[in-house]
Ligand binder design. Sequence first.
Ligand SMILES: NC(=O)c1ccc[n+]([C@@H]2O[C@H](COP(=O)([O-])OP(=O)(O)OC[C@H]3O[C@@H](n4cnc5c(N)ncnc54)[C@H](OP(=O)(O)O)[C@@H]3O)[C@@H](O)[C@H]2O)c1
Length: 332
Amino acid sequence: MKAAYISRYGNIDDVKLDEQSKPLITENDVLVKIHAASINPLDLRVLEGEFKVIQPVKFPFILGNDFAGTVVQVGANVKQFKAGDEVYAKTDQNGAFAEYTVVHQSSLALKPQNISMELAASLPLVSLTAWQALVEIAKVQAGQKVLIHAGSGGVGSIAIQLAKYLGATVATTTSTKNMDWVKDLGADIVIDYKNTDFEEQLKEYDVVFDTQGGKTLEKSLSVLKRGGCIVSISGPPDQAFAESLNTNWLLKKIIPLLSWSIRHKAKKREIKYSFMFMKPNGQQLAQISQLVEAGTIKPVIDTTYEFSRVKEALKYVNTGRSKGKVVLNMLP
Ligand SMILES: NC(=O)c1ccc[n+]([C@@H]2O[C@H](COP(=O)([O-])OP(=O)(O)OC[C@H]3O[C@@H](n4cnc5c(N)ncnc54)[C@H](OP(=O)(O)O)[C@@H]3O)[C@@H](O)[C@H]2O)c1
């Protein structure tokens, strides 16, 4: 099958588009013919080798985390899905930039019926990230005030819609050109991060969803009220994340030290800091499908590329300027 893969860590020019063997299923897996896939900054970080110490990959490594497609074959223990079902998922073993992928049944969900394969492929990683941050960790309640950084990004554009659904008042940061666009997604307060300091404008927030890390993460502490929480997907990893890794005891001790400073500053203000690395989850994705079918969450695509232009698509995401998601049409 045709696949986009790397044979070593490097940069986008090291991505090859060529034949790879079709993956095989075991009893709990599902083989899916991919119709569309979407690109995430995570694909770039993996190919650059950013996680090679904690989660090394095996070469040749097929890239891609998100897909939508049609079930071709199911393993003996799979009862929930059958050949012909239209499904979508965040990958859990094989890459998504390929004609076929294999995924464990627990990671898969039926695709929302009211949207195209391209729109469905834009959702899994970013919507699960938003769900796990806002519902699972922050437990956002109606009436709470939530700040979401980078509302125009893949994660932010879905997080705004989810936080509104949960009943929160939502503030978000974006640049001048995207201000009206994120308002249309549902944001109540929009801060132009290029011209205004968000930490001067927002006070007594319950939750910050940090997608930026660094100075943005630190400044976000002053936006929160005592007892508030900050969930970061780009900041330094914490103890819970280190424990979840399949790595040696020394790394498990060292990794949480990276977040000592921010945890210390947060604790002084009685704020809870959590780092989060999203996980595939078919049950959560099925709930997201319901929200999409109800029109509560609308996926947003910036650009769709043909699969043959995967390197161009990766380069565009690498600019950090995309609005919503960048999608690959995987059908010939
Ligand atoms: N830990 C996890 O599980 C996890 C999961 C998903 C994503 N992530 C990480 O989270 C980050 C965001 O992911 P994404 O998919 O949303 O990325 P993305 O779609 O590439 O984000 C692009 C958007 O970010 C905005 N942006 C850039 N700098 C900004 C700033 N300083 N303040 C506010 N907005 C800014 C840009 O808007 P302008 O053009 O207006 O600047 C652009 O629309 C990435 O670093 C990704 O690796 C982590």
